[in-house]
Design a protein around this ligand. Sequence first.
Ligand code: PDD
Length: 283
Amino acid sequence: MIVYLNGEFLPSGEARISPDDRGFVFGDGVYEVTRAVRGQPFAAEAHWKRLETGLRELGIRTSLDSGRILEIYLRLLSENALEDGEATIYLQVTRGRAPRAHAFPPATIQPTVYAFASRFSPPIEQRRAGVNAITYPDIRWSRCDIKTVNLLPNVLAKQKAVEMGGWEAVLVRDGVLIEGSSSNLFGVIDGELRTYPRTNYILPGITRQVVLELAAELGIPAREAPIFVGEMGRLEELFLTGTATDVQGIVTLDGYRVGDGVVGPITKALWEGLMGRLGSSIS
Ligand code: PDD
């Protein structure tokens, strides 16, 4: 595999990152995961904007811009023979290599920029059948809007889901279903779509935004409002969204059936709509 590291394209086995890198020592960095279909990154500009916001919020200065990122993505897809079918591209930027000290290093320290692309085949049967999920306490910090590589609470939540025979953990904060450990969450109650508002407590998902647009186009009533734990029994449908999650129906939550226990019509319509936007085949 050919990866990108600090201006160079090289075999992954030759990519070297220092143990003094602040990404390794402090988790001091941000990342993006972007989908590509037939060699074309999807919503690359929106991903760049979110990365740029994260970098600004953390005070990490780079010379990257959306044009350069797109060049890197296209070259990774071509170098790795990923221009047919589907792929995901991972990009990480850390504050760079410096002797361990909590405060920022001098401005002369260059950030570390690393990216790779890999084959992605959406699990179509799983999308159709739905998945099991569990609830798990949201023990993350209060800047969940920044896509930081500090993912330990997310890792612990997902691991618990796997141990319980589930696919995703729905994070609960103050009696509210917030989002998944690596996805956003939507529910349907009384025929109305609901998803947690865009605040510091969720990642502003690119897929979430596309799904809200699709709902408007399809005439599905939708509101950015919390779903309370006390409303779980009233959920007619529940689904996750994300770059590698698409629109993924949840059919049981904590072992209880959601709605009729099958992927519901709104979930299905939005999944098909998203696949259309992506240019992804679902047959
Ligand atoms: N995760 N919420 C969280 C906590 C996430 O980690 C993600 C994405 C999303 C969905 O965002 P988007 O639609 O922009 O992918 C929501 C990525 C894919 C990951 O960590 O692999």
